[in-house]
Every structure is written in C-alpha cells, then in structure tokens.
Design a protein around this ligand. Structure first.
Ligand SMILES: Cc1ncc(COP(=O)(O)O)c(C=O)c1O
Length: 409
C-alpha cells in the first residue's frame, strides 16, 4: 500500500490528474501542437552535434555561463528577428529567455496580479491565460473583438467605468497578431488607439505575439511595444509555434527595470541550454525560410479544414478563415452546448476545445469551439471533421444531414 499524503496536502491544490497519459485520441484538434512533417530534423541534428563539439563544455555550468537571462547568442537572434520582423528594437539586456511563453505569462502575473485584482483581456482569449488569472483570484474582464482586433470603443467604456469605481486594472492582455482563438489581426490604427487608452488610464499592456510569425496574408503590423517609447508594453513571444513547442523556449521583452524585477522569479536554474543553443544556431540563418515553408503548409491545411467544415456542417458552422496561425474558431447555433459535445466526441476519438474555456464569460463560449489544423494530417482533418459532424448531428440534430450540406461561397 502506498503512503497516504492526504492529511499533509496543501490547501487549494488543483484537481488531480485523472489518469496517466495513454496517448492522444485519433483525431486531435486541441492544443497548440504544430505540423510534425515540416520539422527540419536533419539540420537540427547536425547543428546539435556541431554546437556540442564547439560549446558543449559550457553545459557544466548553469545557464552556460551566460547569466540568468539566457544564452546570449539566442537573445541576439531574438533581438534581430524582432527588429526585422516586428519593427521592435530591443537590446539583449531587455530580453529574458523563458521556459515557453507560459513561463513569461506566469512571471508577469507573479509581478502584477493578486487576489481580487482586475485584468482586461479580449472576450475570446487563450485558455491558458484565463485559467491562470482565475486561479490567481483575479477579476477577468473581456473586451469585444472584431476582425481588426480588440474593440477600443468598448475598452474605453470599460476603463472609464472601472475608473469611476476606483478600480485600477493591472494590465490589458492582447494577442494582437493572429489572435487566439479568433485569428483576428489588430490594425495599426487600433494599436495606436490602444496605446492612447493605456496612457489615458495608466494601465500597462501585455502583448503576446506568439503567432505573429505565422501570418500568411497581409502585412504584419508593427508590434505594439515598438510603437511606444515609454516601456508601458511588456512583450512575449515563443518558438513553440514557429518551430516546435516541445523545445519549451519563449521570451519576454521589457525595459530593464521590469526584467530586473522579474529575474528573481526565475528560480528554475535557467531554461534548457541545449534547446537554446540549437535554436540560436538554427534560427540565425534559417528562421525566415522555415516560417515561410510553415505558413505554406498551414495555409493549405487551414483551407482543407475550412472546406470540410463547409461540406459537413454547411450553414451550421460559422467561421472566418484566419489569415494565419493554427486554429479555426467556430460558432454553432445557440442550441448546441459545445462542452457537452466535446465530452461525447472525446469518447469517440475526436478531441476539440469547447469555447467556454476560451472566453472571459463562459456564456459567450457555450456554442463555440476551436479546432487546431496544424498538427493533424490533411486526411485526419477530413475524417475527423466528418466524424465530428456525425456526432454533432446525432447528439443535437444539427447539422441537418442532406439538405443542409451546402458549400459556402
Ligand atoms: C496565445 C498563447 N500564448 C502563449 C502560449 C504558450 O505557448 P508556449 O509556452 O509553448 O510558448 C500559447 C500556447 O498555445 C498561446 O496560444
């Protein structure tokens, strides 16, 4: 019999995991996984070998002897990429390499958010941010979204209302370029309006740009942080979506006074050095071409998913085809509860993200769902969406089979 820890456990622990991991369901449309076939394994392997020969003895020291902010050549690559791709000028001293951008999000929350604090997010928002804020006991307020991103008219009203109530929000969280889950891209005009509101109400902005490299249509707008000289924008990015999530390498960009305040929170002994070394060496010469290839693959898979959604769901599934990224955000008729649909679908091997986990107000997400098209193959996308439509029809009567199956223009 194993030792019983029950009486010793800390209060307020999360619900325990239901069971050890036994593998993914057949059709896996959830999470932020990437396309596996495009991974440049031969090149990464060659780089790993040569960099170990060249610098491997540095692994004998925590952080390779490059200090707690991360492997310096990687910070140099990040700095160059941000300058050329996002118009964001930052020095290596303003960059902190993190164990995924989730760690960057945790740091910003540790720095700013406590029980009862108010944080502003887009009404549909990355579930990992919403769940973290709720766990911290924060009051999460969602702002309306359209295809130009966060609606600044709505934000203005909310900020004015909070001011009147003497509530000072801790930050405005935004995923401006290829928003998760809506796929919207915030226009330059909105970015400037957002900065103005941030100034007027003295609320900092936390900009999460982890999908921006995956924009395949239209020009990438400059990072919000690049438009502001006052340091009111904390920025984070990641190699998870552009290269591979299992590397667990992300980064945070902020003025040195903020980085200085965050550094003591990084108590994990540093992000894995081999991953940083390989990424630095690979990204130095190959990043732009790699993301171009990736965009091509993702765009094609996105179209496959849109086609099969139209074919199988017809008018029952409303969505805008995103201009980048890895997800389609879908609205079903109000009568369909996607949390219930997700539970049934999972038992039949189809995993989907129900909308309620991806919104500030769960009521708004009740009939929405998010599907990731990056990780499954095109055949899995076709077969999985067909299977989902069958299950949805059986459980809810929608989509109607036969007559309702029309192809959208
Ligand atoms: C908007 C957003 N931010 C952050 C993350 C976390 O990514 P990672 O920790 O792998 O960098 C994700 C993952 O899906 C995301 O969608």
């Amino acid at each position: 019999m194993s030792f019983n820890f029950t009486s010793l456990l800390n209060a307020n622990l999360p619900v325990p995991a239901p069971a050890p991991f036994t593998g993914y369901p057949k059709f896996y449309f959830i999470g932020g996984n990437n396309d596996a076939d495009i991974l440049p394994l031969t090149k990464l392997g060659d780089i790993a070998k040569s960099i170990l020969e060249r610098e491997g003895r540095g692994l004998a020291r925590y952080g390779m002897g490059h200090g707690p902010q991360g492997y310096r050549p990687l910070r140099e690559v990040i700095s160059k990429n941000l300058r050329t791709r996002a118009g964001l000028i930052c020095s290596v001293e303003e960059i902190l390499v993190t164990s995924g951008s989730l760690q960057a999000i945790d740091f910003v929350n540790s720095l700013l958010v406590g029980v009862g604090d108010t944080v502003i997010v887009e009404e549909a928002c990355y579930g990992g941010v919403i769940s973290r804020l709720k766990k911290l006991g924060a009051n999460v307020i969602g702002i309306g979204l359209d295809q130009d991103g966060m609606r600044t008219d709505h934000l203005d009203n909310v900020l004015a209302d909070l001011k009147q109530k003497d509530v000072q929000p801790k930050y405005i969280f935004t995923i401006p370029t290829v928003q998760n889950p809506s796929g919207s891209v915030m226009s330059l005009e909105r970015r400037l309006e957002l900065l103005e509101l941030s100034k007027t109400y003295s609320v900092p902005i936390f900009e999460d740009d982890c999908y921006a490299d995956l924009l395949w249509e239209g020009e990438r707008p400059p990072a919000i942080r690049s438009l502001d000289p006052t340091g009111r924008v904390i920025y984070c990015g990641s190699f998870s979506k552009s290269i591979a999530p299992a590397f667990r390498v992300g980064y945070l960009v902020a003025d040195w006074n903020v980085i200085a305040q965050i550094l003591p929170l990084k108590t994990d002994g540093g992000t894995g050095a081999l991953e940083q070394m390989v990424l630095a060496e690979y990204a130095k010469n190959n990043f732009d071409q790699h993301v171009l290839n990736l965009q091509h693959v993702l765009r094609d898979k996105c179209q496959t998913m849109a086609d099969v959604l139209n074919e199988q769901f017809g008018a029952t599934a409303e969505f805008v085809i995103p201009k980048g990224g890895i997800f389609i955000w879908i609205t079903l008729p109000a009568s369909i509860n996607t949390t219930e649909l997700a539970q049934v679908a999972l038992t039949e091997g189809v995993a989907i993200n129900p909308g309620a986990e991806w919104v500030a107000d769960p009521v708004m997400g009740r009939n929405r769902l998010r599907l990731c098209f990056a990780s499954p193959s095109k055949q899995e996308i076709i077969d999985g969406v067909k299977a989902l439509a069958e299950i949805c029809h059986r459980e809810t009567g929608l989509p109607e089979r036969g007559a309702n199956i029309v192809r959208k223009e």
